[in-house]
Ligand binder design. Structure first.
Ligand SMILES: [Zn+2]
Ligand SMILES: [Zn+2]
Length: 136
């Protein structure tokens, strides 16, 4: 089975390829993920033992780590998009923001985590009206 995944940032400067099988797929509602995404959760894929290759824009990458924690983000310094973090040294895995991928993901979302920290408006959002595009 081919476990190659490709992705890019919003502005297109950064392009990457992840080799490895995604074993974990979680939506994290913790305060850090809410801050970094500007949304109600991050969508994080994890490929243990995987590898990450930058196809372009490696010199445009910025890196952030919250001191004393495993919380780390790699992002495009032009457009700010989150892209994968190579956590091989610290956690033995590649962490991939699902929204950065341009290829389909076979694994389904497995869990919502840190629901105890979720935003007060993050309630029953699957029940509100849904539109295919911006409604007029
Ligand atoms: Zn970019
Ligand atoms: Zn989180």
């Amino acid at each position: 089975m081919n476990h190659s995944h490709a992705g890019s940032c919003q502005c297109g400067a950064v392009k990457f390829e992840v080799e490895g099988e995604f074993k974990r797929f979680v939506l994290c509602h913790c305060t850090r993920c809410r801050k970094t995404s500007g949304s109600n959760h991050c969508a994080n894929l994890f490929a243990p033992g995987g590898s990450l290759k930058w196809l372009s824009g490696e010199e445009k990458l910025s890196f952030y780590r919250l001191e004393g924690t495993a919380f780390a983000r790699t992002f495009c310094s032009i457009c700010g998009s989150n892209v994968p973090t190579d956590a091989t040294q610290t956690r033995g895995l590649i962490a991939v923001p699902a929204g950065s991928l341009d290829t389909d993901v076979e694994l389904g979302v497995q869990a919502h985590i840190f629901m105890g920290s979720k935003a007060n408006w993050d309630e029953h959002i699957e029940d509100v009206p849904a539109f295919d595009t911006m409604p007029s």
